[in-house]
Design a protein around this ligand. Structure first.
Ligand SMILES: Nc1nc2c(c(=O)[nH]1)N=C([C@H](O)[C@H](O)COP(=O)(O)OP(=O)(O)OP(=O)(O)O)CN2
Ligand SMILES: [Zn+2]
Length: 118
């Protein structure tokens, strides 16, 4: 199996309102998010690629236009804007366009990663 990954970066605010009020993430705050998309294939295409990295350009546009410098509770339309839910959201967006999508990871801080891999 061959696997490739590409990272996308954006900055955004969120507020996890279901957490207890003394949890720091119940307050409005922001992160410099990293989204890492993983694509997999048993065989390479005629160019020796799982998929051209350039084919992920629409995801960059989607992130720049809809997520960068926005409030994620508004973007996703719910209050549980966790790294886990973001990873699943981006997985489903990518899978609908790029069938080789096998997982998406999201980082909120330099020490944390959440992954969605069905
Ligand atoms: N499983 C999850 N736990 C937490 C999430 C999440 O999305 N999934 N999100 C948050 C906060 O939004 C934020 O990411 C804070 O994370 P945390 O690692 O607790 O933040 P710190 O950098 O302040 O942690 P230190 O240990 O002080 O470095 C919380 N949990
Ligand atoms: Zn947070």
């Amino acid at each position: 199996m061959f696997r490739i990954t590409k990272e996308f970066h954006f900055s955004a605010s969120h507020q996890l309102t279901s957490l207890p009020p003394d949890h720091q993430c119940a307050r409005l705050h922001g992160h410099n998010y990293i989204v890492e998309v993983e694509l997999s294939a048993k065989e390479l295409n005629e160019h020796g690629f799982v998929r051209d990295y350039r084919d992920l350009a629409p995801l960059k546009r989607y992130i720049d236009e809809s997520f960068d410098h926005r409030h994620l509770n508004d973007v996703l339309g719910h209050e549980q804007v966790t790294a886990e839910y973001l990873a699943r959201h981006f997985y489903e967006w990518c899978k609908a366009r790029l069938p080789e999508t096998s997982a998406v990871r999201v980082s909120e801080t330099p020490k944390t990663w959440a992954e969605y891999r069905p």
